[in-house]
Ligand binder design. Sequence first.
Ligand SMILES: [Zn+2]
Length: 575
Amino acid sequence: MKKVLIWLSSLLIVACGSNKILEVGAKSRSVADMVLTNANVVTVEPDQPNAEAIAIVGDKIAAVGSSSAISMWIGESTEVIDLEGKTAIPGFIEGHGHYTSYGDSFYRLELRYDKSFADIVAKVARAAEGVEPGEWIVGRGWHQDKWETKEGILIDGIPVHDTLSAVSPNNPVMLIHTSGHGVFANQAAMDAAGITKNTIPPEGGEIVRKEDGRATGMLREAAQDAVRDAFAEFEAQRTPEQVEAELRRAIITAGKESLKYGITSFQDLGTNFKEVDLLKKMANEGTIPVRLWMAFEEQAADMDGKLDQYRMVNYGNNFLTIRAIGEKVLDGALGTHGGWLHEPYSDMPSSHGLNVVPIKEIEYSARLAMKHGYQLAIQGIGDRATTELLDIYSAEMKKSPDKTDLRWRIEHAQVIAPSDIQRFVDLGVIPAVQGIFACSDGPWVEDRLGKERTLERGYIFNTLYDAGLVPTNGTDPPVDEIDPISSFKCSVTRELPDGSKFQEQETYTREVALYSYTMGNAIAAFEEDIKGSIKPGKLADIAILSQNLMTVPDDKLMDTEILMTILGGKVVFKK
Ligand SMILES: [Zn+2]
């Protein structure tokens, strides 16, 4: 009975909408452009959690209900897709990623799966054969804890660059750590960056050295900037046309890849004015493949005076939103001992981690965000970083008590002091977490934090949810693979590759996990009115899955295939 009533009320909503276009013919409006029928629709709407069919008019959902009820929307021009019992869910929203880096990553060496440093050296050797002397070789995704053989001289688990430099004497090599918080450089890259035996590292950075003072090639946090800048300088020699063509290629590739995973919206943490200029152009052309929410990662002084003109909400037919500042990084990653902690690392007692971007800079960004109506989304990984960020946020919020519902975010929020949980709630700050990190970091987090601290503070995502905070999700591509199914699985099982469980008491239920990847992430971007659930009036962004994510056994979850992705009422990916 309840279902019928809701179905009627959806009809009413649509009827109201159709009144507005009476002059072009109300009758044609009652015919859907597309009907998805005979499906297991999981709506993520509490009032009507399940349905069988969806009618789509234009780029929006017009009605949701039983297959027979929705059949009345079918006309001659309607494309009817019989889903034969397959599952339809709201399109996934990637809640935290790096959009153009992700697109670029398809044109770089992929080091994520390499099982030893020697394998990486071999890969670079092959790449060096195919490029001109002087050209840079860039790779990404390595992690020393994934290496099964640990040959060579090891300092903090990482070798010295000699074998790498030997295979690439004429090409600078920059190998970006999977966390993005450090690079490993060969001699040519360090030469290009001007790093010598006597170079003093910048504040918030570390040049790892051998006992004799020689740089090993490992450059942590701010120290990696010299190499990245040298690479940028090399890249800057390209013509503006080349630069735009490559950026465009990255934007298109990142979007097309996202769609293959059922992702219809992508939240980017770390864009710049140049990228947004091109994105705006592409939004006008209608060539952006997925809906984007982009956060500026620029110096506060550079943003000052520009933010009003750049602010865009649902621009280009809901494909581009610019209303956030992030992710400046307050601290580094746990993997590289960079996450800023209250107490020292258990496996490196000399270190509390690093404060990367100075507090003053974040405070400046907070003032700008408040003044110009932007969300603030700064990275805090360690518990100290989160405490500091909550301090900065609350100080700024106190100055403008009239402004509420700001939805400022802390990105990653991997280690949280118990006393800070209620502060998130009180300030309305959203912890923008990534489910998958619990499983990709799980194997070594206890080394970094120790057993007790991990238990109390590590990846406590369900504790945050229970405290009343918005659950969120994502994979931080290209840091981790973009696959929402693996992050979903980790969110509900916390199962590590060896079969053990990491912080099992912090699993989400399946319902919360799906909510986190749809409505939760929509809320974290002020988009819950147009995205995040299958509901009349919302954008027709839908993923079709081969099986029911809500009920398949844990060990079958990874068999879930994305059969189809629908974006704005159009099939944009089909397996
Ligand atoms: Zn990130």
